[in-house]
Design a protein around this ligand. Structure first.
Ligand code: 6CS
Ligand code: FE
Length: 295
């Protein structure tokens, strides 16, 4: 019986870096859509692409109000899809917002959003995960360095790197309030992390990731090789980034919240199978199992 070797081994006894086996931009450069060819090439090179104004100020106000409505709703807070800040108990993230909210569902289907995802992934797409990150300020925690694909491969069973995320700022992302940081070019190396995935890992990892965390040595090598870019931008701006970028964000100790809506599009050609390095699947509100394409 031939066993397919996993091209992206991770969560074994030792950390191991392997070259990316997958394209970054799957669509042909002249694929119709909102992104000009120059942007697709920049995304291929860097692993990310910023859009200064993806949604208008009026639309930001609509999505901010919706975020505030969700965060204030006791039923949402009681829902397993809400994750709270370990310290303050304030809501940190709400998952599956595109199912919880018709307002955020419309955003997912907006051609400015899903059209870019289809161009990058070169196919129809479905939502693997969506969330709002509130990062309210006064000490809201950041997200330590990681590759999203490492988790989505190990725990959600995504076979290949044909997944793209967009973080749309709903508040001003200053250089002080815990903005997204990416190591440019890091998406071309897959860093398999050491350490097996505990059962029900997500109950902790969504507050503070442990399994799937790179070593100080690996981070030092990558940061020295690639550098670190901090993303700032006004509310309404957006950062598109490849699933395998090494990224993270710092704590927000300012009074200014750094709230965003985060949508993960996966190609319908890359649908989730069984986890590659975890004892059980994560819940569907974190790793979708409904592969219906976004129309
Ligand atoms: O585990 C996950 O799926 C989530 N964790 C982080 C820190 N980024 C990606 C994703 O939202
Ligand atoms: Fe992440």
């Amino acid at each position: 019986m031939t066993t397919l070797t996993d091209p992206y081994p991770t969560r074994g006894t030792t950390e191991v870096a392997v070259p990316r086996q997958d394209p970054v931009v799957w669509g042909a450069p002249d694929t119709p859509g909102p992104l000009p060819e120059t942007d697709l090439r920049a995304f291929e090179r860097d692993g990310f692409l910023t859009v200064d104004q993806l949604i208008t100020d009026d639309e930001v106000a609509v999505y901010r109000r919706e975020l505030e409505r969700l965060v204030a709703d006791p039923a949402v807070r009681a829902d397993e899809r809400s994750v709270v800040e370990p310290g303050s108990g304030e809501i940190r993230s709400v998952f599956e917002v595109h199912r919880l909210s018709a307002v955020f569902d419309r955003l997912v289907r907006d051609e400015r959003v899903v059209g870019r995802a289809r161009q990058i992934l070169g196919s129809d797409v479905y939502v693997h995960q969506s969330r709002i990150n509130v990062k309210p300020g006064f000490g809201a925690g950041g997200f330590y360095w990681h590759s999203d694909f490492e988790t989505w491969h190990a725990e959600d069973g995504l076979p290949g790197m044909r997944t793209v995320s967009v973080s749309i700022a709903l508040t001003e992302n200053h250089d002080t309030n815990g903005g997204l940081m990416i190591m440019p070019g890091s998406h071309r190396t897959f860093l398999g992390c050491a350490g097996a995935t505990p059962r029900d890992n997500y109950k902790k990892s969504l507050q503070m990731q442990d399994a799937g965390t790179p070593s100080d040595e690996a981070l030092t090598t990558m940061a020295s090789q690639f550098g670190i870019k901090l993303f700032t931008g006004r509310a309404g701006s957006a950062t598109w980034f490849d699933c395998n970028c090494m990224h993270g964000s710092g704590d927000n100790i300012t009074p200014f919240p750094r709230s965003n809506v985060f949508i993960v599009f996966n190609s319908v050609e890359n649908t989730a199978v069984e986890p590659f390095a975890a004892p059980v699947r994560r819940p569907e509100f974190i790793g979708a199992r409904d592969f219906t394409p976004v129309r």
